[in-house]
Each structure stands twice: as structure tokens, then as C-alpha cells.
Design a protein around this ligand. Structure first.
Ligand SMILES: Cc1cc2nc3c(=O)[nH]c(=O)nc-3n(C[C@H](O)[C@H](O)[C@H](O)COP(=O)(O)OP(=O)(O)OC[C@H]3O[C@@H](n4cnc5c(N)ncnc54)[C@H](O)[C@@H]3O)c2cc1C
Length: 384
């Protein structure tokens, strides 16, 4: 990132330009719409991403200078195509980063190398039927047995878990100390491992990655499946989430930019009552306001990335950025559908996809009320 977070560095500009060209070539709107409708995974795109070395941004042992700044430029461009594509990109980037930070050299070779080559991918399995925002309450168990660990339980909503070649970062409890966060551990589990059963959950959106239920029936994994130490799961998750929130927030900004551009184009062309609808303030003012709010949200993302790259704590800042960007994606995509009238509702462009994906932008990586609770505590509101 440049010294000024609001002015892009040359590296950021270059990466953004490359990403824009790659997305135009490998993920044009008409293809994204088809992937979303058919629920199909664009393997070629992620192979291309690996080939271009985008994962290398996080793959060094030492954090790269300006890493978060590069990632926000990248995610914003991918987000113009689809926030779902950003989600898949984030799973791989965050997975590689977790392996670099917490894994052994052998684990990095076994689990991260295939993703870096474009052959493999990561997903994360925290949520369970009875565990959502209260992530520390994971009920899936990992029992120490001869030859490794025995996993039993059920996970839900695991994005991309059913795509062939996926390794899940699966959270399980290794004991019952009474301090839930101290009992968590992360296991690296290929989704085709014996005893793992995966079922796709039909959903309103996020159809490219898909969300999956994962059933674990006496799943025996070797010792080297454990990432870090037993009891480090909470720390791994907490640290991972900071950069993850920054990346997906920027992805949402890209999607907002796309739906606003589509709506401006439509409003300038569509004529009613003898004038283009962009002549009517009922159309232009809400769009202008959304544009202002998007820019304010972008400042929050840029600040978080600048803090991250400067090595400063930014859990609160990244939470605020995610809160704003999730909110604005949901609102901008709903507004875009409304302003494009009946045309906004038909599936011959990506607006309906953005609308469905925008709804869930508020929930993934933390629903608004849970995020506001966290922000309230950071303001000094303690409760009892
Ligand atoms: C598309 C999609 C992709 C996902 N991907 C993954 C994935 O890859 N891996 C994974 O593990 N999970 C994933 N999830 C699950 C996601 O992480 C959860 O949806 C999220 O953590 C919230 O949990 P929940 O939906 O169970 O809601 P809950 O936590 O049950 O919350 C329900 C409602 O109660 C409110 N609420 C809860 N607690 C509080 C509180 N303390 N104060 C105020 N209000 C509160 C919330 O705001 C919310 O409105 C995904 C979900 C979706 C829809």
C-alpha cells in the first residue's frame, strides 16, 4: 500500500488492472450468470488465479509489504463479477495463510501446495446445526486415538466444501475443560476422506460456491491433520477473521460498484414519459446517495487495510468495514433491482444474482447485531 491509504500504489494499480482484464476474459457477466444459475464451479478461473501467482501474495513466511492493500484491490475487481467468486478466493487465500502461520513444512507441502498450483482448494467448517454466531460452542468432537484423531459431529453451511479437491479447515473440540475457547482445535480434512459425507444445501444465493452440510461419522485423521496445537483453534480463527473481513468487504464494494454501474447505464437508456428515467430525481438521488455511502464504506476498508499492513490492531476497524459493506451491498442491490423495474427481475443479467448474494452479505462473517455488540464493547459499553 502507498504511504497514503487513499492513493493506490503502483503495485496496487497494476494488480487491479490485471485483475480487471482477467475477470473480463475468464469471468464475463454472461458466464457468471450461467454458473450462478447452474450452480457450477468455474475451475478454469481458479487455475488461472493460481497460475497468475495471486495466492503468492500471502504465501511468504514473512508478511509481504502492503499485503492487505493488494488484496483489497484484487477482491474489489473480482467482486465486480461476483461476491461468491470472492468468497472462494478468500477461502483459498485464508487457508494458505493459516497453513503458513500455523502449519508445519510438511503440512504446507501436503495441503497448501495443491492450492498454490491450482489443483486444490480450501473451505472452512465452523458452523453447526446449533452453532452460528456463538462459534466457540462447537459440539463436533475430536478424540485422541491410536494413529491420530477420531472426529464425530455435523457441520452446516460450509461454502464450497463439496467441490472436488477441497480440504476443510474443520473446527472441533478436543476436551471439555469448561472454557470452550480453550478446547478448540483445527483439523485439515479432505472432503472425500473416509467417513465424511457431504450434502449440498439448496439456497437462495451463493450458488457458484454452494453451501454444504458435512457429516462426520468416526472419521479417523492422522496426527498431521491437526493444524497448530489442541486449544489453538480459537486464536487461529480470530486472527484469520481480521484479514478475511477486509477482503470480503472489498469484494462487496466491487459488487456494489457493478450494480450501480449497471443501473446508471440502464437509467440513461430507459425512457418513460418521453424522457430517460435518469431525468427523474426519484431515480438519481437514491443512486447518488448510495454512491456516497459506498465511498464512505471504501474509506473504512482502506483504513482497515492500512492498519493491517502497518501491523496495528484492526479487529474493530475491520468489523466496522464489514458491517458497512455488507449493509450497503444488500441495500444497493435491492435498489438496483427496484430502479430497473421488471427488467431488474429477469435472469438475463447478473442483477438477480447480486440481489440474492447481497441479502446474505449482511450475515456471512458475522450478522450486523453481533458485529454491533462487538463494536459497542469496544466503545466501553460493558453490560453485565
Ligand atoms: C452463504 C453462506 C455461507 C457460509 N459459509 C460458511 C462457511 O464456509 N463455514 C462456516 O462454518 N459457516 C458458514 N456460514 C455460516 C455463517 O457463518 C453463519 O450464518 C453466521 O455465523 C451466523 O450464524 P447463524 O446464521 O446461525 O445465525 P445465528 O447466530 O443463529 O443468529 C440468528 C440471528 O440472531 C441474532 N443474534 C445472534 N446472537 C446475537 C447476539 N449475541 N446479539 C444480538 N443478536 C444476535 C443474529 O444477528 C441473527 O440475526 C455461511 C452461511 C451462509 C448463509
Amino acid at each position: 500500500m502507498s504511504a497514503n491509504p487513499f492513493i493506490e500504489s503502483e503495485d496496487q494499480e497494476q494488480l487491479r488492472a490485471t485483475a480487471r482484464a482477467v475477470i473480463a476474459r475468464h469471468a464475463p457477466q454472461r458466464d457468471v450468470r450461467i454458473w450462478d444459475e447452474e450452480g457450477s464451479y468455474p475451475e478454469h478461473l481458479y487455475r488461472e488465479i493460481a497460475k497468475l501467482g495471486w495466492y503468492d501474495i500471502v504465501a511468504d513466511d514473512e508478511p509481504l509489504d502492503g499485503m492487505a492493500g493488494l488484496l483489497i484491490a484484487l477482491c474489489e475487481e473480482v467482486g465486480r463479477a461476483s461476491s461468491d467468486l470472492v468468497a472462494l478466493l478468500n477461502l483459498n487465500i485464508s487457508g494458505i495463510r493459516d497453513l503458513i502461520r500455523w502449519g508445519t513444512v510438511e503440512q504446507q507441502e501436503k495441503y497448501a501446495e495443491p492450492v498454490l498450483r491450482g489443483d486444490g482448494r480450501f473451505s472452512i467448517a465452523v458452523s453447526e446445526p446449533d452453532v452460528g454466531s456463538d462459534a466457540a460452542s462447537v459440539a463436533t468432537t475430536a478424540e485422541r486415538v491410536e494413529g491420530g484423531w477420531l472426529l464425530n459431529g455435523q457441520k452446516t453451511y460450509c461454502e464450497g466444501a463439496g467441490i472436488p479437491g477441497t480440504v476443510m479447515e474443520l473446527f472441533a473440540k478436543t476436551g471439555d475443560s469448561g472454557r470452550k475457547r480453550d478446547d478448540l482445535a483445527v483439523f485439515l480434512v479432505p472432503s472425500d476422506h473416509p467417513g465424511v459425507e457431504i450434502r449440498r444445501m439448496p439456497a437462495l444465493g451463493r450458488n457458484i460456491s454452494g453451501i454444504y452440510e458435512v457429516f462426520l461419522h468416526d472419521v479417523l485423521v492422522p496426527d498431521e491433520a491437526l493444524l497448530g496445537e489442541p486449544g489453538q483453534g480459537w486464536q487461529i480463527l480470530k486472527e484469520r477473521l481480521v484479514l478475511e473481513r477486509i477482503m470480503i468487504s472489498s469484494g462487496f464494494l466491487g459488487s456494489v460498484g457493478q450494480v450501480l454501474d449497471m443501473t446508471v447505464e440502464y437509467a440513461n437508456e430507459r425512457e418513460q414519459f418521453g424522457k430517460t428515467i435518469s431525468s427523474y430525481q426519484g431515480v438519481t438521488l437514491p443512486l447518488a446517495e448510495m454512491f456516497v455511502r459506498k465511498d464512505a464504506a471504501r474509506c473504512a476498508v482502506q483504513r482497515s487495510a492500512a492498519f493491517f499492513d502497518a501491523g496495528l490492531p484492526c479487529e474493530t476497524e475491520s468489523t466496522m468495514a464489514k458491517f458497512l459493506c455488507g449493509q450497503i451491498y444488500a441495500e444497493a442491490s435491492a435498489l438496483a433491482v427496484q430502479l430497473q423495474g421488471a427488467y431488474g427481475y429477469v435472469r438475463d443479467h447478473t442483477l438477480p444474482m447480486h440481489h440474492s448474494d447481497g441479502i446474505i452479505a449482511r450475515v456471512v462473517a458475522g450478522p450486523p447485531s453481533v458485529q454491533l455488540n462487538f463494536i459497542a464493547r469496544s466503545m466501553g459499553l460493558r453490560g453485565n
